[in-house]
Design a protein around this ligand. Structure first.
Ligand code: NAP
Length: 335
């Protein structure tokens, strides 16, 4: 393969622990066995990408580093019998972007097992509107469908973020009675813009005092917050209800008594989207192209050009982003 350079977002570490990110040029490398070279058309920003940009060692330990959990593009060159040049492919919910070079680059070189073929009926951009956050939502929604009666009441926390907004949209479309919780001032208007009428403030969920149980409110809950929010939610889910833990935006530690479990028979279920098989991801892409496709998804993201990605990351860091950020990797990067 001829040597060339491609553009990528690069996070640099300077001593002792100062991190900065900028667009840069990186040299290509030869493909190893079973590796595939993909020209990236769209990527996205996820919660962990921001942690990576901040040098969070729980996400990224090796610098310089290119973040980007998600990528959608076209195979340019392949050392895999499963993929050929011209195939439309996506990568999401893999180790890419954490300690492996990520999707915020013109090209990615990835092992074949990280790639999923994208059906003709959906665009690469639509796949990136979902990305890792949206795929996580679909796993939570599938659990709710299995466990909760049709039309049941479901609370979604962090509903102005990626996982929360897509969960709320899908659950609403599927006929569940959705309550969305938000903390930020403009969060309510954002959530209402995609058709959720019942919106509450997240801090209203935190029960006052030290009660072990609180009035029963929801059949199921999708929680992106964790921490003290999750501790409070366990006390408020209805008998035989389900709480899905997807995130830790409010903290990693939570506390509970056994009472909601033994007196109300509730279930607490965790989601690990990265553990999904390629087959499951492929099923998800087909669902996305058909029964889960809906107009509301077009209101849940903002599209930014790659040349502006640093600005978008700064906006994310200062809590000015609602929903998803899709990054267009095509076009002119430097003006
Ligand atoms: N389990 C998995 O496989 C998996 C996959 C993807 C993501 N995640 C996790 O899911 C979480 C959300 O990801 P995301 O993509 O939705 O991120 P995001 O788009 O940045 O949204 C995070 C949301 O959390 C809310 N939030 C922030 N601090 C909070 C607090 N202290 N209490 C309550 N809510 C708070 C924010 O909304 P308001 O400020 O309006 O409340 C925001 O809407 C992250 O922890 C991420 O690591 C897990």
């Amino acid at each position: 393969m001829k040597p060339y350079h491609y553009k990528a977002l690069v996070i640099e570490k300077s001593t002792p622990r100062v991190f900065s990110y900028h667009l840069s040029e990186l040299p290509n490398r030869e493909l190893s066995e079973s590796e595939v070279l993909v020209r990236v058309h769209y990527s996205s920003l996820n919660y962990k990408d921001i942690l990576s940009c901040q040098g969070n060692p729980a996400v990224t330990r090796r610098f310089p580093h290119t973040p980007g959990l998600d990528a959608g593009g076209v195979v340019e060159r392949s050392n895999s019998s499963k993929f050929k040049a011209g195939d439309k492919v996506a990568v999401f919910c893999t180790p890419m972007g954490m300690n492996h070079s990520g999707g915020l680059a013109e090209y990615i070189t990835v092992p074949e097992q990280w790639l999923v073929k994208v059906p003709d009926q959906i665009s690469l951009m639509q796949v990136m509107v979902f990305g890792t956050a949206g795929y996580t939502s679909t796993l939570a929604v599938e659990e709710i469908i299995k466990h909760t009666p049709p039309g049941g009441s479901v609370l979604v926390t962090g509903a102005s973020g990626g996982v929360g907004s897509i969960s709320a949209i899908l659950l609403n479309k599927l006929g569940f009675k959705v309550t969305a919780s938000v903390s930020r001032e403009q969060g309510e208007a954002f959530v209402k813009s995609f058709g959720i009428k019942d919106v509450i403030k997240t801090n209203s969920l935190l029960g006052k005092g030290s009660h072990n149980l609180l009035p029963q409110k929801w059949d199921a809950i999708v929680d992106v917050a964790g921490g003290e929010v999750l501790s409070a939610l366990l006390k408020q889910v209805k008998e035989e209800g389900l709480v899905i833990a997807t995130g830790l935006a409010a903290g990693t530690h939570f506390s509970s008594t056994v009472l909601p479990f033994i007196l109300r028979g509730i279930t607490l279920k965790g989601i690990n989207a990265e553990g999904s098989s390629t087959e499951k991801k492929s099923d998800f892409l087909h669902k996305l192209a058909s029964e889960w496709n809906c107009d509301e998804l077009s209101t849940v993201y903002r599209l930014v050009q790659f040349k502006d990605v640093c600005e978008a990351i700064r906006a994310y860091e200062s809590h000015q982003i609602f929903g998803r950020v899709v990054v267009n990797m095509e076009g002119n990067y430097y003006e």
